[in-house]
Design a protein. Structure first.
Ligand code: HEM
Length: 452
């Protein structure tokens, strides 16, 4: 049933911020993971200290159970006092909740429409520039070769990502920032969950998809971290520490500037066709598609080693394509997602060749396509992912996403028909929305540049 809410009272969004809907089940279906004691607040807003467990002997990061991402537009003309109000509310949340997954992680990100529409002069002076790409570090979102023409390129001013093992903490933060404060008009509310299955019991995605009765739920392996059946948070394929900061690898000129300690965030929503995935692809074909064509792993394995030494090169991806006529999801991305050489970061840390750069913080969802939207949502649950990732710049994200479609960093375009099975995961994915954001460092998280 399609419910169009445009024109209804803003109260509808307010109600949806704290509403739990089907996600209330997460708390009944999963126990909160053990977490380390709280640490001091980091200068970065996007980093959250997460526990690592071993699955099949492979180190895996345990993501927070609950996620909510709210987008909006600025609804006030007085940015200076808005800056104080929002910072005050964020500082309140910092005091109430530890900056861990057991407490709360809040990441406030700002879109190009905010910078260009509200603080254009200061933005012209302070916008970080991507020296490698010779383009601004924050670019408008683009459609990729495998995107349908219907993919919406969004124009929000702000996006706030809230993460915690406690649904209550996430709801309290959403209400505090978007309901108590009247600074934003909410455009969308997106909710979802991650993890919960590493202890060998039936996993959260399996149980949630089953409870929501989405087509193909019965086909999801019992302990899968993702609806599509494989673990995606191996430590080795997530960027470590500050690597995705704007300044760390020197891709941008942010070092020492206003945005030092910030990062870039891409947000998209992707529908997943579970039935097509599990019925049309056998296990080996799913391994070929997610990892690398021809990779041999134990039958029904879910967590597969992806250490630096195993990362694919562009020539390896081309060779696999010549031999087998297809590309894998991870292997095609690795020529851009991994460091090509040992690198000393601006932070003084040494990042070895083969280290992953992007920090993916995506989460499973049953939203269709959102939990709530100004433009209406479909009430029927649908399996998907709210894809959220931190990279050092928009261009860095675009390189990764293009590689996923067979457009390699050296300019080679592998001849893949959009949506064909040869094109990795894309044949079972459908991206509905995209936008790029800049995440300022914590000290400038509230209405960045408004004070200048
Ligand atoms: C529903 C959609 C998606 C699913 C189910 C999915 C699943 C996975 C899985 C299971 C892995 C881990 C594989 C491994 O260990 O090598 C992975 C890795 C990765 N994925 Fe995705 N993915 C999805 C969408 C995306 C998108 C849209 C991007 C954007 C570029 C992306 C970027 C990456 C990256 C960068 C890696 C790590 C590659 C590496 O450095 O090893 N994924 N994904």
């Amino acid at each position: 049933m399609r419910v169009t809410r445009r024109g209804l009272l803003a109260g509808a969004a307010a109600g949806a911020l704290g509403a739990t809907g089907i996600y209330e089940l997460v708390d009944r279906l999963a126990t909160s993971p053990q977490r380390a004691a709280a640490r001091d607040l980091l200068p970065e807003q996007h980093l959250l200290d997460l526990r690592v467990v071993h699955d099949d002997g492979i180190a895996v990061v345990v993501p927070p159970l609950h996620h909510q991402l709210v987008t909006g537009t600025v609804a006030t003309g007085d940015l200076r006092s808005a800056q104080h109000e929002l910072e005050h509310a964020l500082a309140d949340l910092d005091e109430r909740f530890a900056p861990t997954a057991a407490g709360l992680g809040v990441t406030v990100a700002w879109g190009l429409p905010y910078f260009l529409g509200h603080v254009p002069a200061a933005w012209a002076e302070h916008a970080p520039f991507d020296r490698r790409a010779q383009k601004p570090a924050l670019l408008p979102a683009i459609r990729f070769p495998s995107d349908p023409r219907s993919t919406v390129l969004e124009e929000n001013d702000v996006a706030v990502l809230m993460r915690s093992d406690s649904l209550e903490h996430v709801s309290a933060a959403a209400k505090r920032l978007f309901d108590d404060l009247k600074l934003f008009e909410v455009t969308t509310i997106r909710k979802g969950f991650a993890g919960g299955g590493f202890e060998g019991r039936q996993s959260l995605p399996k149980r949630m998809a089953t409870a929501a009765n989405v087509p193909g739920a019965d086909l999801i392996p019992d302990t899968a971290e993702l609806f599509l059946g494989f673990t995606s948070t191996q430590s080795a394929n997530l960027g470590p520490g500050r690597i995705a900061n704007l300044e760390t690898l020197g891709y941008t000129d942010a070092a020492g500037g206003y945005f030092h300690g910030g990062t870039h965030m891409h947000v998209s929503h992707i529908f997943e066709d579970l039935e097509a995935w599990f019925l049309n692809f056998d296990f080996q074909q799913r391994v070929d598609t997610v990892f690398r064509p021809g990779l041999k792993v134990r039958e029904d394995a879910q967590t597969v080693a992806q250490g630096a030494a195993r990362a694919s090169s562009a020539s390896g991806v081309k060779r696999d394509f010549r031999r087998r006529g297809r590309i894998g999801h991870s292997s095609s991305i690795q020529p851009t997602s991994r460091l090509e050489r040992d690198t000393v970061g601006h932070d003084g840390d040494v990042y070895r060749k083969g280290t992953a750069i992007p920090q993916r913080v995506d989460f499973n969802t049953l939203d269709n396509p959102f939990f709530w939207s100004r433009d209406g949502v479909d009430q029927a649950a649908s399996a998907g992912v709210h894809f959220v990732v931190f990279n050092p710049s928009s261009d860095d994200f675009h390189r990764n996403r293009l590689a996923m479609d067979g457009v390699l960093p050296d300019g080679t375009r592998l001849p893949l028909a959009p949506g064909s099975r040869a094109q990795g995961l894309n044949s079972v994915l459908h991206t509905t929305h995209r936008q790029n954001f800049l995440v300022p460092p914590r000290r400038h998280r509230s209405f960045p540049l408004a004070e200048l």
